[in-house]
Write a protein that binds this ligand. Structure first.
Ligand SMILES: Nc1ncnc2c1ncn2[C@@H]1O[C@H](COP(=O)(O)OP(=O)(O)OP(=O)(O)O)[C@@H](O)[C@H]1O
Length: 818
C-alpha cells in the first residue's frame, strides 16, 4: 500500500520496525483508485465542506454512504467491506467531522478504530493538509506496538483508494535514523508514546507546529501512571489549537486528564452507558474457584477438553508466560501453543501475532501486552489464569473474544481469597459473571510431571523459580489489597505445583515499604559520597560499589580464588534471582524479564565484582596500605593469619557487617550429641586395646562380612515379597478399571461428540452434578486393560506357567485374584 506525495513516494510497510521508508521515484501520473482532475477536487472539497457544515448530528446515519465523506474514503471503506455504521461510529464520526473534541466510550470490539480514523482522513483531506511540505497533520497514539500496527493497518485499508497522504508507523524497534528520514514527510503518524517523544526531542527536522488532530486510543491507559510523563512531554510539543479525541472501552471523564490535554468543551459519547453490562452481550462470562496451587492442573485439563478452540490465556508476567509455555510444550497438550510477552524481539512478536490471527485452533499464553485493542479474529475463549489487577483490565482482556457481533466465552480463575474482592469490583462495573465448577473427574494433576521436568532440566527449574518470584512480586505490588491479600495465598504449595522443591526465598516479603525506602536512600547516599571521595566500598548485599574515577585494582590469584563461586548453573541462577528480587536493587526496578531471550543458552557467568571484600593485596600477596584515603588501620579478623589494612570507613563498615565477618571465620566442625547431651566427633577412633580384645583383625573382618551378608539376604527376601504383593494389588485395581471401561465403552457408543460438548463436559454449571459420560476415558481404560494383560503374563512366567489362550489368561488372573 502506498500513500503518495508529489514526487516522493512513501512506502508504508507493515513490518513493525518500519515507520515509513522513502524511495525517490518518478512523479506518478495519477493516483490509483479514483481518477480526478485538480478542478474536480476543488469542486468536491467545497461541496464536501458545505455538506459537513450542514450535517445534523442529531439524526443518525446508518451507512457510511449517508455521511459527507470523500469519494476516496468511501471507496476505501467499501473495498474493505465496511458498509453499516456501528453505534459508536454513528455518534462519533459526525461530531468528529465537525471538528469537535471527543471522549468516546464503547464496549470492546464495537468499532472505535474506524470512529476516529475516518474523521482523521477526512478532516485532513478537506483542509488539504497533505503533501510533502504540509508537515504532520494528525498523530494517533496507542499504548502498545501491536495496537499501533493494527491501527496503521486499518488506516492503510481505508486509505488505499486514491488518497494522497503520507502516513507512517513510529513504534521503535528499528534504527532511529531510518524513521527520522521518513518522519519529516509524514502527514499522519501512528505511534507509541516513548518512541514519538524520542523523535520530538531528537529529530530536529520533525516539525509538529501544523498538527491539527491528536487521537489517543485506549486513552485511559495512556493517561495513567505508566505513560504520564511521556504524554505530558509530548503534549507540551504540540500546538494547543487542535482537535483532540480520546477513545477507550473504559473511558473516564477525569477532569485532571482533560485539563492535561487541553480539551475544548469535549463531547462525551458513551453509547453503552445505559446498557445492562459493560461487556458485549454475546460474551458468556464465568469464573472458577481454583486455589493457586491447582491453577496449572485446571488450565491443563481445560486445554485437554478444548483442543479445537482458539484460546487466549492471560498470565501476570512474562516469566509466568514462558514457564507455562515451555512446560506445557514439553507435555504436548495436542493444541498448537504460542506465547507473547513484552520482552520478546519485535519480529518474534509480530510473527506470533500473525500466526495466532491466522490460526483456527491455537492457544496463546500472553501478558497484558495483548489485553487492549488487539483484534485477533474469531477467538473462542479468553482464560484469565492470573487475576487481573482491576475491573478495567478484566473488561479489556475478555474483550479479545466476542468482537463485532461474534460469540465468545471467558473464564476467570480465582483463588478463594480473591473471590469476594474481585466480584465486588466487577459488580460495580456492571460485569455479569457466574460461578461454574470444574468437574473433578476431568481434572488431571500435572504436578508430578512438572516436578520431573524441573528435576531433570535445571533451566526449567530456574524458569519456575523466576515465574514464582515474579508472580509473588506482582501480588505484592497490586494496589487493590481487598482482592490481593498476600498472606492468604498458599505460596509453598504453589511453588510445589510448579514442580519446585521449595518456595524460593523472596526478600521483599520481609521488608516493609518503609524499610525498603530507608535502605534505598541509604545506599544512594553511600554511593554518592563514595563517588565524591573516590574511594570504594561494599554495599549491604556484598556487591562492590565502585567509583567511576577509580582505576581497576591489580588482581592476584588470591583475589581470583575469592571470586570463584559455586558455578553450578542452578546455584548461580538462584543467587541471581535472589539479587534481582531485592526491590532496593536496580535490577528489581527493571522489567521483570531481565533474563531476556537467552535463558536457554547455558552460560557460565563470572561475577563482575567479587562478593567478598578485596584483601587489598599487592601482586606478591603482601598486604599493602591503601594510599587513596588517609588513616589506614589494620584489623585482625578471626581466623585470618595476616591483618587487613583498611581505611577507617571500610573498617567500621566491615565490623558492622556480620555477613562479611563470617567469611573470615574458620569453617565449623560437625558434631553429634549423645543422649546425655555430650558432643562427639562423627567418627571417633576406638581404643586399640578394646579392639584387640575382640580378636584378630582379619577374623573380625570376616565375621562382619558374614553377618552383613546374612542381613542383606533377609532384607532382599522381604523386599521381593513386598514388591510381589504390590504388583498383585495393582493387577486387581487394573482389572476393576478394565471392567469399568468395558461398561463405559458400551455406554460411550451413544454419546455425541463435538468440541463444544467436550468443553461443556469440562465446565459444568454450579448446580451441575458429576454424572456426565465417561466416554472420553475409554481409550485410556483400554490401554490399562493391555497393561493388565501384560502383568498377568509376567506373573505367570514368574510362576513357571505358560499362557497360550485367552482362557489360560483368565484362569491365571482368577488364580492371582484368589
Ligand atoms: N462498520 C463496521 N462494519 C463491519 N465491521 C466493523 C465495522 N467497524 C468495525 N468493524 C470490525 O469490528 C472489529 C472490532 O473493531 P475495533 O478493533 O475497532 O474495535 P474496538 O472498539 O476498537 O475494540 P477494543 O475496545 O477492543 O479496542 C474489527 O474486526 C473491525 O474490522
Amino acid at each position: 500500500m502506498r500513500f503518495e506525495i508529489g514526487p516522493v513516494q512513501v512506502n508504508i510497510s507493515m513490518a513493525p520496525e518500519i515507520s515509513g521508508r522513502t524511495r525517490p521515484t518518478k512523479p506518478k501520473k495519477q493516483a490509483r483508485g479514483i481518477k480526478r482532475k485538480r478542478g474536480d477536487i476543488d469542486v468536491d472539497l467545497t461541496t464536501l465542506q458545505a455538506a459537513v457544515e450542514e450535517l445534523d448530528t442529531a439524526t443518525t446515519a446508518t451507512s457510511f454512504t449517508d455521511l459527507p465523506l470523500s469519494a476516496e474514503t468511501k471507496a476505501g471503506l467499501d473495498a474493505s467491506h465496511y458498509t453499516t455504521l456501528t453505534d459508536i461510529q454513528q455518534k462519533a464520526i459526525p461530531l468528529a467531522l465537525k471538528g469537535k473534541d471527543i471522549l468516546g466510550a464503547a464496549k470492546t470490539g464495537s468499532g472505535k478504530t474506524l470512529a476516529f480514523l475516518v474523521p482523521v482522513l477526512e478532516n485532513l483531506y478537506r483542509t488539504q493538509c497533505i503533501g510533502p511540505d504540509a508537515g504532520l497533520g494528525a498523530m494517533v497514539i496507542a499504548p502498545t506496538r501491536e495496537l499501533a500496527i493494527q491501527i496503521f493497518d486499518v488506516l492503510r485499508q481505508i486509505g488505499r483508494k486514491g488518497h494522497l497522504f503520507a502516513a507512517g508507523l513510529v513504534i521503535g524497534g528499528k534504527g532511529l535514523r531510518e524513521e527520522q528520514d521518513a518522519l519529516v514527510r509524514m502527514n499522519i503518524v501512528v505511534c507509541t508514546p516513548g518512541r514519538i517523544l524520542q523523535h520530538l526531542s531528537q529529530t530536529a527536522a520533525f516539525n509538529v507546529d501544523g498538527l491539527r488532530m491528536l487521537v489517543l486510543d485506549e486513552a485511559d491507559r495512556i493517561l495513567d501512571m505508566g505513560f504520564q510523563r511521556d504524554v505530558d512531554a509530548i503534549v507540551d510539543y504540540l500546538p494547543r489549537e487542535r482537535q483532540t479525541m480520546l477513545f477507550s472501552a473504559t473511558q473516564t471523564k477525569r477532569v485532571a486528564d482533560l485539563a492535561r490535554l487541553s480539551l475544548r468543551e469535549p463531547e462525551y459519547i458513551s453509547v453503552h452507558e445505559s446498557a445492562s453490562s459493560a461487556t458485549p452481550k454475546t460474551l458468556q462470562q464465568n469464573y472458577v474457584l481454583t486455589p493457586i496451587p491447582e491453577k496449572l492442573d485446571t488450565l491443563w485439563s481445560f486445554l485437554q477438553s478444548s483442543k479445537k478452540s482458539k484460546i487466549v490465556v492471560f498470565l501476570s508476567s512474562g516469566k509466568q508466560v514462558r514457564f507455562v509455555y515451555e512446560t506445557f510444550r514439553h507435555m504436548q497438550p495436542g493444541i498448537p501453543l504460542l506465547h507473547l510477552h513484552g520482552r520478546q524481539k519485535q519480529t518474534a512478536r509480530l510473527e506470533i501475532t500473525t500466526k495466532f490471527s491466522n490460526a483456527k485452533a491455537s492457544c496463546l499464553f500472553a501478558t497484558d501486552v495483548v489485553a487492549r485493542g488487539i483484534d485477533f479474529p474469531a477467538v473462542d475463549w479468553v482464560v484469565q489464569v492470573d487475576c487481573p489487577e482491576d475491573a478495567e483490565t478484566y473488561i479489556h482482556r475478555v474483550g479479545r473474544t466476542a468482537r463485532y457481533e461474534r460469540d465468545g466465552r471467558a473464564v476467570l480463575f480465582l483463588d478463594p481469597s480473591e473471590e469476594e474482592g474481585m466480584l465486588a469490583r466487577l459488580e460495580a462495573k456492571n460485569v455479569p459473571i457466574e460461578r461454574i465448577n470444574v468437574r473433578t473427574k476431568k481434572q488431571t494433576s500435572i504436578k508430578n510431571q512438572l516436578q520431573n521436568m524441573c528435576f531433570k532440566d535445571p533451566q526449567l527449574k530456574y524458569l519456575g523459580q523466576k515465574a514464582f518470584a515474579s508472580y509473588v512480586r506482582s501480588l505484592h505490588v497490586q494496589k487493590d489489597k481487598t482482592i490481593f491479600k498476600l498472606d492468604s495465598y498458599p505460596l509453598e504449595e504453589y511453588a510445589a505445583s510448579l514442580g519446585l522443591p521449595g518456595a524460593p526465598r523472596i526478600k521483599f516479603l520481609k521488608a516493609d515499604a518503609e524499610d525498603v525506602k530507608r535502605k534505598k536512600n541509604a545506599s544512594r547516599q553511600a554511593a554518592a559520597s563514595e563517588s565524591e571521595s573516590g574511594s570504594d566500598d561494599d554495599d549491604e548485599d556484598g556487591e562492590k560499589v565502585k567509583s567511576k574515577t577509580e582505576k581497576p585494582a591489580v588482581r592476584t590469584k588470591y583475589d581470583r580464588m575469592f571470586e570463584r563461586q559455586n558455578q553450578d548453573v542452578l546455584a548461580d541462577h538462584y543467587s541471581k534471582m535472589i539479587k534481582s528480587d531485592d526491590p532496593t536493587s536496580n535490577n528489581a526496578l527493571l522489567d521483570d524479564d531481565d533474563a531476556g531471550d537467552d535463558l536457554f543458552d547455558i552460560k557460565r557467568r563470572i561475577p563482575a565484582a567479587s562478593s567478598s571484600p578485596e584483601p587489598d593485596t599487592a601482586p606478591d600477596g603482601d598486604p599493602e596500605p591503601d594510599t587513596r584515603t588517609s588513616g589506614p588501620k589494620s584489623i585482625l579478623l578471626p581466623g585470618a593469619k595476616t591483618p587487613l589494612i583498611l581505611d577507617s570507613a571500610r573498617r567500621a563498615k566491615l565490623l558492622k557487617s556480620k555477613k562479611k565477618l563470617l567469611q573470615f571465620k574458620e569453617s565449623g566442625t560437625k558434631l553429634v550429641f549423645d543422649d546425655d547431651g555430650t558432643a562427639h566427633q562423627i567418627y571417633e577412633l576406638e581404643d586399640e586395646a578394646a579392639f584387640r580384645a575382640r580378636g584378630e583383625a582379619e577374623e573380625q573382618r570376616k565375621r562382619f562380612l558374614d553377618e552383613e551378608g546374612e542381613r542383606v539376604k533377609i532384607a532382599d527376601g522381604e523386599d521381593k515379597a513386598t514388591a510381589k504383593a504390590k504388583r498383585r494389588e495393582k493387577i486387581v485395581k487394573r482389572k476393576e478399571r478394565a471392567k469399568q471401561a468395558d461398561e463405559d465403552d458400551a455406554a460411550g457408543q451413544q454419546v455425541g461428540g463435538g468440541e463444544q460438548d467436550a468443553m461443556a463436559n469440562f465446565l459444568a454449571d454450579a448446580a451441575g452434578s458429576d454424572d456426565e459420560s465417561e466416554a472420553e476415558e475409554a481409550p485410556q481404560a483400554k490401554k490399562q486393560k493391555k497393561w493388565f494383560q501384560k502383568d498377568v503374563e509376567v506373573e505367570a512366567e514368574e510362576g513357571g506357567r505358560e499362557i497360550e489362550t485367552l482362557d489360560d489368561l483368565e484362569a491365571e488372573a482368577a488364580r492371582l485374584l484368589g
